[in-house]
Design a binder for this molecule. Sequence first.
Ligand code: TYM
Length: 383
Amino acid sequence: MPEFNVTPYDVEGVVDYNKLTRQFGTEKITPELLNRIKKHCGDVHYMLKRGVFFSHRDMNWLLNEYEKGNKFFLYTGRGPSESVHIGHLVPWVFTKWLQDKFDVPLYFQLTDDEKFLFKEKLSLEQTSSHALENALDIIALGFKKKKTFIFRDTKASGTLYPQAIQFAKKITYSTIKGAFGLQDSANIGQIWYTSMQAVPAVLESIRKKHNVPCLIPLGIDQDPHFRVARDVYPKLGYHKPALIHNKFIPGLAGVQGKMSASSEESTIYLKDTPEEVANKIKRYAFSGGKASLAEHRKLGGDTSIDVSYQWLEMMFEPDDKKLLKIKQDYESGKMLTSELKEILINNINAFLKQHQKNREKAKKQLSSFLWEGEKLRKHIEGK
Ligand code: TYM
């Protein structure tokens, strides 16, 4: 058995991100690359500084193009199988930062087709309505109204399908089988799906009628789709999109795998109440603290396995000074697990209070962010 396994449909074991970059053939983010980003943005986002975004494909090329005056656009997505959880926020919070810094368009794909094809129990009506619910969470994060184009695959097929078949014709069954570990019993929609996820990376090029570089922020689990598709873009006359990959926020139960909606106890949803957040964290958040108070005071806690600390570092404590103080206090035994959990609960609840307010307001904004059917087709065809 391998120690860990990462595909878009399964993340198991304790992921060794160094090994994964070698396995996937991606590049690590270096201090030089961070400096290049800093030059253009004035600062670097805490997720970059802390290695939450750790790997990339072709970021140096993207910045070369940018420095020559070829601005890029952003593309990311969501597979709407259920409610959004805090793990999904990682690529999206970072994508918003990029949109703010570079003032660029963002295409946001909601793959109601994918989740229908891959989730035995979900109907198309369900995935399509989850997609609209999820869109409210996306809008609530504050993306720019006139520059953010959100669409569901099944409602944007007039635009996507003619492009998707171009990709499909150049990807073989054996390539997909190899990349995703699909069995012969897989339905044929699953084999086809990668060609749909490939398309949004060329939409702005079609719209502008010349090649526009594309940057895709995403969890590393989504890399296999683009590893396969990136061989095809040049064959169709497009640039390969650049990718920047994040690590996974672990589930509450421990640093194995990624947070996933399949385990209620392991997951905090953006719709959770303050009480639910507090209860789940108090009961389930895996602690790096010691078994007895005396031992903890003497030896201190282990932040490398403590889920509450990991969540603060990856997402919920952007202030470097505060984070360092928490680390020092916890590792020295001055801070107890219960106190650490209290900080996390307060930070998450403060975030969710604002988010849930924004989400209410987003209901009125939904139609201006949704670009589907004729509206998307006309936008892409420049009519
Ligand atoms: P989905 O809905 O599984 O996940 C949406 C995004 O969230 C990332 N992610 C996580 N990041 C950190 N910690 C976690 N625990 C965690 N769980 C999920 C995913 O890597 C992803 O970036 N097929 C895609 C939808 C899609 C897409 C795209 C994603 C369509 N086009 C382009 C990225 C880029 C999916 O099902 O994502």
